[in-house]
Design a protein around this ligand. Structure first.
Ligand code: CP3
Length: 344
């Protein structure tokens, strides 16, 4: 019999408590690798999907019906609150900004976010999704980190090197700082509104912080992130920081007041455990490994489990978002195998 008073495994692992099996979910678990998502998308555009609570809740629940995931993440995008702040943007499929930010005047013209007024559909989608989820599957709310949002806002479109925002940091330090501060303040109210609507954990995606070296990461990207997590500290929900490509900066990241650090596949988990005392870790199978035959996939999962060690406080995940080309059967093998290997 399961203990009805126990925390769901995902929330327990965030707090480094023992769990009956290791929890697992995958970044971008609702998305184009699922035929049922492609069906919905054949009828509505991506932006409309994020603005229609019934549809956003439906695609959030799709992977939960198919796989034994231990957490759900609300279907939206890191750029959605920026649309609410008056930024004209489109998805192609990555975000494209009509007028990339280059001046202080543009920064000052960005409206402060009032979530209930500007993006009510996100909170509505959270409520509908929570009502449709089983009790043992917590719902994660999320936002983009200020530097990651800054990278898109200044570059104007997805880019490999992000040379425009990277040079902008040095050419326009005051405008950069002001924009990051505005974004931080908006993400605090945005994440608080998601928690009030029913999100049981909050995750910040630092997808592009790894573009910076340790000096600039500490001085430019980190202060607004600290400001956000300080602004959420009083909430009784686990805070997760996905530190993509930041493996050389974990000593800096260890200073953040978060419960969990998400890691990409370039980071050995045993080393990360040492550099992140008191924090849980989340990750970090290379999404490419989902294309391996069954035995090789299982071997890589075993290696990750062995490297992270048996201490509580490990949530299994991919090291970055799942690719659209992945066979859903490989995801089922991954989830079931992690549960089988870690069941007590
Ligand atoms: O299931 C989930 O994880 C929730 C949904 C989710 C999306 N975007 C849906 C989406 C989440 C958590 C995000 C976050 C996001 N968006 C990040 C951080 C995570 C990361 O990958 O590093 C970033 C950098 C973005 C910006 C963004 N939005 C990009 C780069 C793209 C194109 C990506 C692609 O896969 O082609 C988007 C659009 C987007 N966001 C899609 C989805 C499912 C594809 C849109 C479509 O259906 O056409």
């Amino acid at each position: 019999m399961t203990d009805k008073t126990a925390l769901p495994p995902f929330l327990a692992a965030c707090r480094r408590q023992p769990t009956p099996h290791m929890p697992i979910w995958v970044m971008r678990q609702a998305g184009r690798y699922l035929p049922e998502y492609r069906d919905v998308r054949s009828k509505v555009g991506f932006a409309e999907l994020t603005r229609t609570p019934e549809l956003a809740a439906e695609v959030t629940l799709q992977p939960i019906r198919r796989f034994a995931f231990d957490a759900s993440i609300i279907f939206s995008d890191i750029m959605v609150p920026l649309e609410g702040m008056g930024i004209d943007l489109d998805y192609a499929p990555g975000p494209v900004i009509a007028e990339p930010i280059r001046t202080l005047k543009q920064v000052e013209a960005i409206r402060p976010l009032v979530p209930e007024r500007d993006v009510p559909f996100v909170m509505e989608a959270i409520k509908l999704t929570r009502a449709g989820l089983p009790a043992h599957v917590p719902l994660i709310g999320f936002a983009g980190s200020p530097f990651t949002l800054f990278a898109y806002l200044v570059a104007g479109k997805p880019s490999k090197e992000f040379s425009v925002p990277r040079s902008f940091v040095h050419a326009q330090p005051e405008v950069t700082a002001r924009l990051l501060e505005r974004l931080a303040d908006a993400m605090i109210v945005y994440l608080r509104a998601q928690a009030a609507a029913g999100a049981q954990a909050l995750m910040l995606f630092e997808s592009w912080g790894g573009l910076l070296g340790p000096h600039d990461f500490r001085n430019v990207a980190l202060p607004p992130v600290k400001r956000i997590f300080e602004g959420l500290k009083d909430l009784d929900v686990p805070l997760i920081y996905f530190a993509n490509n930041c493996g050389t900066m974990l000593d800096i990241i260890s200073e953040l007041p978060v419960h969990v650090v998400g890691l990409d596949w370039r980071v050995p988990l045993s080393g990360a455990r040492k550099l992140l005392p008191g924090k849980a870790i989340q990750g970090n199978l290379d999404p490419a490994v989902l294309f391996a035959p069954k035995a090789a996939l299982e071997k890589r999962i075993d290696e990750i489990l062995a490297d992270a060690g048996p201490a509580p406080g490990h949530i299994f995940n991919l090291g970055h978002g799942i690719w659209p080309e992945v066979d859903p059967d490989a995801v089922k093998r991954l989830v079931d195998y992690v549960h089988e290997r870690t069941s007590k």
